[in-house]
Design a protein around this ligand. Sequence first.
Ligand code: VTB
Length: 332
Amino acid sequence: MQDRNLALEVVRITEAAALASARLMGRGERKQADNVAVEAMRVAFDELDIRGTVVIGEGERDEAPMLYIGERVGAGWKQENSSSPKVDIAVDPLEGTNLCATGAPDAICVIAIADDGQFLNAPDTYMQKIAVGPEARGVIDLRESPTWNLQRIAKAKGKRIEDCTAVILERERHADLIAEVRQAGARIRLIGDGDVSGAVMTCNPDSGIDVLFGTGGAPEGVISAAALKCVGGELQARLRFRSPEEAARAKKMGVKDEDFIYSIEDLAAGHVMFAATGVTKGYLLDGVRFFGDGAKTESIVMRSKSGTVRVINSTHHFNTKPKYSWATGLES
Ligand code: VTB
């Protein structure tokens, strides 16, 4: 991907989705909050000079009307002899629909982009993950216990295990994991949803998070890998099928079996970029703040090629956008 400006363009898409879904914060309507984010993103893609294919999206074509897997997005497809870049798109229009519906921290709108064919076509199944920031890169191993990993992470960061904080999705299936991490002496931040932001937090010293442990969605694993690649973190993962049907479907998609440990490069190869905008105020990003006739957003944009991380604070004025739709947050 040669286009350095693309990263700055992409953030408008995550901003549009965040503006739309933040309107519905705390209203208990997780589906609706997701729908408006999807719609806002889908429309905003039409402005982007790319020939994108959705690799990670809202689901299969028959179950998702927009941003389905395989959908072509971007203005480039509409031009004859287009020279706009052909790219893989991974989106999570509203990562943490429940977080938005309840006003809990760290709901974000996310896009990752790679060159054509470079993202793993991750099936909709579970993935066990461990993620750390650059300081602990090279010392983790998913095959080893959480205690073993915590010892190595603490050593690499020059602190005691008691001073390390793990982020873990609060799920029944994590009871043993949580017990072990507590036994090892580390602090824990349990989250209701959103293991993408959990993974990204490990790379931000200000978040106070040292490691992400646990099993979340496989598509989220690909997006997290793209983000961590940009900042030099490390993520290891393996697929966890919930049923024999899922395993069979995954096999058809050509993914590896449950023993295979995926690295960042296996999940997101080549140069990638990542953009996210905060919906609810969180440890990673500020949320959308509405004022009289507009709103402020905070976003993060990163590129693996340069390693540049940009935090973009935008002020959006709705009154200068006459056709602005309150439902989607977009000009029509
Ligand atoms: C995680 C989390 C998502 O799904 O991947 C999780 O990051 C995994 O699925 O925000 P379960 O909810 O079944 O545990 C979400 O919570 C929702 O997509």
